[in-house]
Design a protein around this ligand. Structure first.
Ligand code: NAP
Length: 235
């Protein structure tokens, strides 16, 4: 049985990825900041026969990351797939104003980077060594086209920079894992109807989850790429 860990698994894309991986036979550790308040949701998934384990995991909290690392090491002695999905989009100014480089609060930028970039870094530090020791593993960083330097536009600088830096994390980790069967990639899920994406977004959560689940399951995944719709896109 393959073991997966998904961060931010209680709603949106993370929930859908967890549901799909569990349906495909994975045992899925579902990271969430507050498992107690999501009890109905996880009870429902368990009642459907899905092999899921809710775990308390705020990716900004090193103690949470360590506890989940210990739990998975002790219970499973391996991890096949890590999905760094948890993310925040904090930059709205209200009154129809969008944040820009010239008006954004740097504290909000730092908070965004703490969750969207440093959280995944902590997760990689906790789980890639286990993957290296078992000789293989996959990491999927849920990024965004808003972080693509090639497509870079104005507005929302904190979110954009957090995802550009996440993409750098993908490339650096891949480079440092060269010669091993570690497959780490960034994915842009597209614009997805979630609390973050809003109701006008073009894609369902199922469409948003597709490339992530494909990377977790395909026989020959790419290494160190940025993908959308299973195709490599420019950084
Ligand atoms: N939706 C889109 O259009 C879109 C487009 C491009 C990229 N993405 C990326 O896709 C990922 C998932 O987004 P989504 O649309 O599913 O967003 P969402 O519906 O807002 O869900 C975000 C998830 O992240 C969790 N989270 C936030 N901060 C966390 C932390 N410190 N520790 C652990 N979990 C935390 C949330 O938990 P709580 O319930 O506790 O808040 C929630 O489960 C994000 O990385 C996002 O940047 C989304």
């Amino acid at each position: 049985m393959k073991i997966a860990l998904v961060t931010g698994a209680n709603r949106g894309i993370g929930l859908e990825v967890s549901r799909q991986l569990a349906t495909l036979g994975f045992k899925v550790y579902m990271g969430m900041r507050n498992p107690e308040s999501n009890r109905d949701l996880t009870d429902d998934l368990l009642a459907q026969g899905l092999n899921i384990v809710p775990v308390k995991l705020d990716v900004t909290k090193t103690a949470d990351v360590r506890e989940v690392q210990t739990l998975i090491k002790e219970n499973e002695k391996r991890i096949d797939v890590l999905v760094n999905n948890a993310g925040v989009f904090l930059e709205t100014l209200g009154g129809g104003l969008e944040s820009s480089v010239l008006n954004v609060d740097p504290v909000i930028v730092l908070k965004t980077i703490e969750t969207n970039t440093i959280g995944p870094l902590k997760m990689i530090q906790a789980f890639v060594p286990l993957m290296l020791s078992q000789g293989e593993g996959r990491v999927i960083n849920v990024s965004s086209g808003m972080g693509s330097l090639n497509e870079m536009q104005g507005k929302y600088p904190g979110y954009r920079m957090s995802k550009t830096a996440m993409n750098a994390l993908t490339a650096i980790t891949q480079s440092e894992s060269q010669g091993s069967a570690i497959y780490i990639n960034s994915v842009c899920p597209g614009w997805v109807r979630t609390d973050m994406g809003g109701e006008s977004a073009h894609r369902s959560v199922s469409e948003g989850a597709e490339t992530i689940v494909w990377l977790a399951t395909t026989d020959n995944p790419p290494q160190g790429k940025f993908l959308r719709d299973k195709e490599t896109i420019d950084w």
